[in-house]
Ligand binder design. Structure first.
Ligand SMILES: O=C(O)CCC(=O)C(=O)O
Length: 227
């Protein structure tokens, strides 16, 4: 997959139009990644959440946990995530990710994919709470999984965009910024091959803007695609 990228300042740039996506391949060494994976697996009270999609309840095909600064609320797929206080491990990772990306985050969503049968459905991180052009920094630990992007609108004709896939390797960091969430969806499909556990942390900045009824409605439609 190396030939997908241009390169600048320690990160690679994905060649995607309507997007700003950067990739740090070895953000953490494999020794540091293994240490963090073990600490986070043990320190986190994991939950398998029930979400509502198209009016029906489903168990999410992965475990998750949410940590955030006080007073930071985030909701998707009919799920209001209750914030917890940052652990020292998560705080250290947040500082490392902020230093690399030059951005500040006030929350992190942890997802534990127990094996290849765990997945994340197609969605964009475009909830109103994230503001316009949100930056989402995604750290991966453990088993490599394929992260796919597909354009939301350019499906046909000369301007059609092919989907883009990136192998999210152990210790890698992916930053999605600029207009990425407006134009692209992303997801992690199930895989048949035997696959070990993978832990993913997505750092976000929640802004506390009130929602208009129109925005609520738009958000709800966006949420229905995430499972
Ligand atoms: O596990 C991943 O790499 C994807 C996580 C993700 O898409 C999300 O948390 O919104």
């Amino acid at each position: 997959m190396d030939d997908l990228f241009g390169s600048a300042d320690g990160f690679e740039i994905l060649p995607m139009i309507d997007a700003e996506v950067r990739f740090w391949r070895g953000f953490y060494s494999s020794a540091r990644s293994a240490e963090l994976m073990q600490q986070l697996t043990n320190e986190t009270s994991w939950r398998q959440e029930t979400i509502i999609l198209w009016g029906k309840q489903h168990l999410q095909p992965r475990l998750s946990a949410w940590y955030a600064d006080t007073d930071t609320k985030y909701a998707y797929s009919g799920l209001m995530l209750a914030e917890r206080e940052w652990t020292a491990t998560l705080q250290q990772i947040r500082e490392d990710v902020e230093a690399a990306t030059g951005l500040r985050y006030n929350s992190v969503l942890l997802n534990l994919y127990r094996d290849g049968q765990d997945s994340m459905g197609w969605h964009s991180d475009d909830e109103t709470e994230l503001g316009i052009n949100p930056a989402v920094a995604s750290l991966s630990l453990g088993a490599t999984r394929l992260f796919r992007f597909r354009h939301r609108f350019r499906h046909h004709g000369a301007a059609a965009q092919k989907s883009v896939a990136v192998e999210l390797t152990d210790g890698s960091l992916l930053l999605m910024a600029g207009p990425t969430q407006h134009y692209w969806q992303h997801g992690i499909a199930k895989v048949r091959a035997e696959t070990g556990a993978r832990l993913n942390l997505t750092f976000r900045k929640i802004t506390k803007r009130a929602k208009s009824p129109q925005q609520e409605n738009q958000d709800e439609m966006g949420r229905q695609s995430r499972e």
